[in-house]
Design a protein around this ligand. Structure first.
Ligand code: MN3
Length: 255
């Protein structure tokens, strides 16, 4: 089933590489971003980044708004994707225009030199990237346990999956105000857990924690308040049931 979804996108990628009109590039690039995120089959030599490429446009949600029920309710998903995340994408494009950003380059290019850009760029480039990642870190009937090299590395870094989940949960619970909890890989591909405020992420040169984000959890109130109100720990505890470990493993493997 997965291949039938992915293969047409790979055909598009070849077409993309063989064609050169600006219109084709702009339209197809968004499709490539979504396909690469889903497939974990990033081509670093083409995109110049070791992590999945995210373009400047919102890609379609890879499931329906209702599909993460009961962990994440339909209305929260709809508002989160179609209002909050859509707003970040719009404002990112405004900032990119104002700051003469070359949109053919990955957002990582901006993140690695974040202090050269405005606060609007930082907030909205981060907001857009983090949500594109977040949607794919979840799936209907997700959860369970990581496997393969990711599992081995989790054991090496944290001792056990339970210890990893406790530490990650604490990172989310203890983030004061709005922000994100992350599982990320540092420059030595060692797994680490951290948290960033607002819409920052570990790719940003201005971040206290640095590396390639593999699994991100949105702990802004807009991500959970309708269902969980002030009970962020309950949201995090339930969220493990929708984690898409296949996606996280593919990201780790593609580094
Ligand atoms: Mn959010």
């Amino acid at each position: 089933m997965q291949k039938s979804v992915i293969m047409p996108q790979h055909i598009s990628r070849r077409r993309f590489l063989s064609q050169s009109t600006k219109t084709t590039v702009a339209v197809t690039a968004a499709g490539i971003a979504g396909a690469d995120l889903l497939a974990g089959c990033v081509a670093p030599k083409v995109l110049g980044a070791s992590s999945a490429f995210v373009g400047f446009e919102q890609t379609p949600l890879p499931y329906a708004y209702k599909d993460l029920e009961p962990v994440i309710d339909t209305m929260t998903m709809e508002i989160h994707y179609s209002k909050h995340a859509a707003g970040y994408a719009t404002n990112l494009n405004d900032a990119a225009k104002a700051e003469n950003v070359d949109k053919s380059k990955p957002l990582e290019t901006i993140f690695s030199n974040m202090s050269a850009y405005s606060a609007k760029m930082r907030n909205n480039a981060g907001g857009h990237y983090n949500h594109e990642l977040f949607w794919r870190c979840m799936k209907p009937n997700g959860g369970g346990q990581p496997t393969g090299q990711l599992l081995t590395s989790i054991h090496q870094s944290f001792g056990s999956v339970e210890a990893f989940q406790t530490q990650f949960t604490d990172a989310g619970k203890n983030r004061f105000g709005s922000g994100w909890a992350w599982l990320f890989a540092d420059a030595d591909k060692k797994l680490r857990i951290g948290s960033t405020p607002n819409q920052d992420n570990p790719l940003m040169s201005v971040s206290d924690v640095k590396g390639t984000p593999l699994l991100g959890l949105d702990v802004w109130e807009h991500a959970y308040y309708l269902k969980y109100q002030n009970k962020r720990p309950d949201y995090i505890a339930a969220w493990w049931k929708v984690v898409n470990w296949d996606f996280v493993e593919q990201r780790f493997a593609s580094m």
